[in-house]
Design a protein around this ligand. Structure first.
Ligand SMILES: Cc1ncc(COP(=O)(O)O)c(C=O)c1O
Length: 283
């Protein structure tokens, strides 16, 4: 007898991308351009740190927000690279990848019937997580003619009283497009003073070409001062393959901490990332 699956799970759209990735894995001659991974392996310092963490006995449960050293290192990196000041005690949580950060963020804020603005074409997990929590994606299409430029006025037009969050992703998967600083500022302005949460996925922040520069919404003081803002994804992750991500949210921290207990932080993820950052002098 078949078990009925939960409604949110059955509502998740099926994406050809995952099927193509599965088929490609079965072919030795396939060139993998399907999943958002770099074409190099995890660098030695991270692998070594993870192995050392096992030998040092970091194989138990840990603080649900991540070990303090990791959080402090992430706060240091945010200040130096992203121009944002965060309190490592209250505002940084280490997650096992950005998928977990995204899931926890949306699980914390979404209610059935809420709307979430998603730039299209999009990274499928945004929509999967929106649908999983009974909310609805509202798309802002980016077209080729404009060089995949995000028009802040177009985004503003899609905001409604039901809008709960806007997900920005720059540099973008799958487009590779970079959202300009002026555009990030215009989006921040559009939601300033509203209860809309800005979720910023900056996984590819260091993978930039042609002299382009990454600009994090976290560097905008007005946004930083807003209680509701959530940022997720430390860029070293996609760049270096699995190391920790973080997310930040001062006001909802208690809810998030509670949720975090149900998904768990593992020492290996925290320590691997910490050690790699320190060795590269990046923290
Ligand atoms: C835009 C974007 N965010 C997040 C991720 C996933 O990151 P993680 O492996 O840390 O969960 C990817 C991976 O493809 C991605 O393309």
């Amino acid at each position: 007898m078949r078990v009925d699956l939960s409604e949110p799970v059955t509502a998740i759209p099926r994406y050809g991308l995952f099927e193509i990735a599965r088929m490609a894995r079965e072919r030795a001659d396939a060139i993998h351009l399907n999943l958002g991974e770099p074409d190099f392996g995890t660098p030695a310092p991270i692998r070594e740190a993870a192995k050392r963490a096992i030998d040092d006995g970091f194989t138990h449960y840990t603080h649900d927000a991540g070990i303090p050293e990791s959080r402090a290192a992430l706060a240091g990196k945010l200040a130096a690279f992203n121009g944002m000041t965060v309190d490592p005690e209250r505002e940084v949580k280490v997650t096992a990848g950005s998928q977990e950060a995204l899931y926890l963020t949306l699980a914390t804020i979404l209610r059935p019937g809420d709307e979430v603005i998603v730039l299209e074409p999009y990274y499928p997990h945004y929509v999967i997580n929106v649908v999983l929590h009974g909310a609805r994606p509202v798309f802002v299409h980016l077209d080729e003619q404009s060089g995949y430029h995000l028009d802040p006025a177009g985004l503003r037009a899609r905001l409604s009283p039901r809008t709960k969050a806007v997900i920005l992703n720059s540099p973008m998967n799958p487009l590779g497009a970079v959202i300009r600083e002026a555009t990030v500022r215009a989006v921040a302005e559009a939601i300033e003073g509203t209860p809309v949460v800005l979720v910023s996925d900056e996984a590819y922040e260091r993978i930039l070409y042609d002299g382009r520069r990454h600009f994090s919404p976290g560097a905008i003081p007005e946004i930083r001062d807003q209680d509701e803002v959530v940022f997720l994804c430390d860029g070293a992750v996609v760049e270096h393959a699995p190391t920790p991500r973080f997310f930040r949210d001062p006001r909802r921290i208690e809810t998030r901490e509670y949720l975090k207990w149900h998904t768990c932080t593992c020492h290996l993820a925290s320590d691997g990332g910490l050690d790699a950052r320190q060795r590269e002098g990046r923290s």
